[in-house]
Design a protein around this ligand. Structure first.
Ligand code: GLP
Length: 241
């Protein structure tokens, strides 16, 4: 695992966006795995900027998002569908049919999970996966205790995740208790992974990722078995390590 430290979040965002653009410019038909949450917002801003400057086109890429809340419609400002439209897709040239986000309102959620996994496979697999990390070590919505061999599945949110994400709600009164998430196996199968974490609140999780053992009690630890992973952090986090 390569640990890369930047003085500021902004420098880290520019670096990560640069890596993504580099991959797209090497392979215009790239399959990209995307994340939501507070962390990637600046990366998406920088991608939009580069698109406006004609430095990259997203018209042939395919995207797969990590997760979505169960029960939130794509139009809900609290859904990850809405987030992705607002923060990235409304501003770039990625065709709608190339964008994949699990449907948390599907009638048959198990079927939705199976289909999602099949679509990833049919696309040739994720070449570059962008990840954040929860304070409890979750990646996607794979909470502590999730088996390492899981594919896309229904997951119950941990109390600490509910606590961390509830203040971000815009319209919903209550955070959904469950979500659909790519599994740990799905994530591990990505050819390259970039995990980004900012701020001192993520220091314990990154410390454990770097120095702890590989265990299903700490989902991100599966990444220690991956051969091409970069962990990008800011100095505020690094100072606490
Ligand atoms: C959320 C998402 C994850 C995200 C993580 C960190 O709950 N399900 O995909 O990476 O938790 O979020 P943030 O970047 O807001 O700290």
């Amino acid at each position: 695992m390569d640990l890369i430290v930047f003085n500021t979040k902004n420098e880290a965002n520019v670096y990560v966006a640069g890596l993504i653009v580099q991959e797209i410019n090497k392979n215009a038909f790239l399959t990209l795995g995307l994340a939501t949450g507070e962390t990637p917002k600046g990366i998406y801003n920088d991608l939009i900027k580069r698109y406006r400057e004609n430095k990259v086109s997203f018209k042939n890429i395919t995207t797969f998002n990590l997760d979505e809340y169960i029960g939130l419609h794509p139009e809900s400002p609290d859904s990850y569908h809405f987030y992705m439209q607002e923060k990235l897709f409304n501003h770039i040239d990625c065709p709608k049919e190339n964008i994949h986000i699990p449907n948390g309102c599907a009638e048959d959620l198990n079927n939705e999970c199976e289909n999602y996994e099949k679509l990833i496979e049919e696309s040739g697999g994720i070449e570059l996966q962008l990840l954040g990390i929860g304070i409890n070590g979750h990646i996607g919505f794979n909470e502590p205790g999730t088996a390492f061999d899981t594919h896309t599945h229904i997951t119950k949110l941990a109390p600490s995740t509910i606590e961390a994400n509830t203040p971000l709600l815009v319209e919903e009164k209550k955070l959904p208790s469950h979500a659909l998430s790519m599994g740990l196996k799905t994530i591990r199968q990505a050819k390259k992974i970039i995990l980004v974490a900012f701020g001192k609140q993520k220091a314990d999780a990154i410390q454990r990722l770097l120095n702890g053992e590989v265990s299903e009690g700490f989902p991100a630890s599966i990444l220690k078995r991956h051969s091409d992973i970069k962990i990008v952090i800011d100095s505020e986090l690094n100072n606490e390590l």
